[in-house]
Design a protein around this ligand. Structure first.
Ligand SMILES: *Cc1c(COP(=O)(O)O)cnc(C)c1O
Length: 402
């Protein structure tokens, strides 16, 4: 019986030129982003400039984490304590956490079988929730119909913050993910598309919002050292009334991100080769539903999801157990107890949430798997064979999934 021996959590090494850039920063010792010599830009300022250019945005800000970027974006939009903020019911814990972190209240929107935010439900809640902001999570890289989403939100006067933790390098109808909303947030945490251990980035074209975000991030009165920032006039009023909530990125992290950013397109292509190999291997498995990607979506397949629709919890667990026995790690979003990185809206009990029957149905059937770039295409084909065999076996034993 075939077994997969690789690790689902092993990333690629940091590229040699990025290591050299990090060593150079450590040799000169100026790790703090505002510790620069006269005329010197600093790695963090250069990263912001290059990231803004790569995404086609006017302004960019590098911060301590993706979660920090989201909280900072909400604050910069003026979200206040107690205020409702719309967000996806299917997302990762730091998303509702960013809302709760500023004392606001997440209002969850239903999930489709495409794993995106349900736009009919969004339209209804846009009317009745009183929310002024949507924190939209492109969870696991699935992008909803952004044209319709923006029409709904623009029509209701709702500002959109995009959580692009899984869509850095992706696009909808040719527009980069993160360029539809008012502001977008990215993560450079190890499991995302660039790896600095921890880190976050924010982009926007809104000068006033970005001036507030830069001040919030802990710029003191050194904001003129930013190179992807609005002009000093934009800071004039804000600098008196914006608290410093320290969350800067340092030059060491920025130094290892800049060479990685130059390779982003090639890395995304490599992820998609792996994604398509697994997808092709799973297609046609009895009882298993592939999530078909819309033509308008240019995705980054850094993870893959599939559904076991109508299966009992026991049958899904049997698949997970049997795959794990052959070295294939699947995450299930239907489990009652939160585990590792996987939790659900009803386990975030600090916030009140009504039951969302459609989301419950989708999550109960949803299996998820990372595709690190350390996997070869042969590894991916093997992983697909193992899942196919085990899903088929359980499906037959259970009589159509029980
Ligand atoms: C990782 C992640 C974040 C937060 O990023 P951190 O840098 O870990 O704070 C936000 N949203 C989603 C969907 C994520 O996966």
């Amino acid at each position: 019986m075939e077994r997969f021996e690789g690790s689902f959590t092993q990333q690629e090494p940091i590229p040699e030129d990025a290591i050299a850039a990090a060593v150079a920063v450590m040799r000169h010792g100026r790790l703090h982003r505002y510790n620069t010599e006269p005329g010197e830009a600093g790695e963090a300022a250069l990263l912001e400039q290059e990231f803004a250019a790569a995404m086609g945005a006017k302004y960019a800000l590098a911060v301590a984490s993706g979660g920090y970027a989201m909280g900072c974006a909400l604050r910069a939009l003026g979200v206040r304590a107690g205020e409702p903020v719309l967000t996806n019911a299917f997302t990762l814990a730091p998303v509702p956490g960013a809302i709760a972190g500023i004392g606001a209240r997440p209002v969850y929107v239903e999930t489709t079988a495409q794993l995106t935010i349900d736009l009919d439900d969004l339209a209804a809640r846009a009317g009745d929730s009183g929310a002024r902001v949507l924190l939209l999570s492109h969870m696991r890289g699935h992008i909803c119909d952004m044209d319709r989403l923006m029409a709904i939100c623009d029509g209701a006067g709702i500002a959109v913050v995009e959580d692009c933790a899984h869509t850095m390098g992706a696009a909808w109808r040719g527009t980069p993910s993160g360029r539809h909303g008012r502001v977008a947030c990215y993560s450079t945490q190890t499991y995302k598309h660039l790896n600095s251990g921890e880190g976050g980035l924010m982009i926007s074209d809104d000068a006033d919002l970005m001036a507030r975000a830069i001040l919030l991030s802990g710029s003191y009165m050194l904001y003129t050292r930013h190179r992807a920032a609005p002009p000093p006039e934009a800071f004039e009023r804000a600098k008196w009334v914006t608290p410093n909530i320290s969350g800067r990125m340092d030059n060491l992290r920025a130094a290892i991100l800049r060479p990685q950013l130059r390779r982003l397109a090639a890395q995304c292509a490599a992820w998609n080769d792996r994604y398509r190999t697994v997808e092709a291997g799973l297609r046609g498995t009895p009882g298993l539903t592939i999530i078909e990607r819309p033509e308008a979506e240019a995705y980054v397949g850094s993870s893959i999801q599939f559904l076991l629709q109508g299966w009992s919890a026991e049958a899904v667990n049997a698949v997970i157990r049997r795959c794990a026995g052959r070295g294939v790690e699947l995450k299930w979003f239907g489990a009652e107890e939160p585990a590792a990185f996987t939790s659900r809206y009803d386990s975030w009990r600090y916030a009140e949430a009504p039951r969302l029957p459609q989301t419950d149905r989708v999550l109960a059937s949803l299996l998820d798997m990372r595709l690190p770039l350390t996997f070869s295409l042969d590894d991916c084909a093997l992983i697909a064979r193992i899942i196919r065999a085990e899903v088929s076996a359980v499906f037959q034993a259970e009589g159509q999934g029980g």
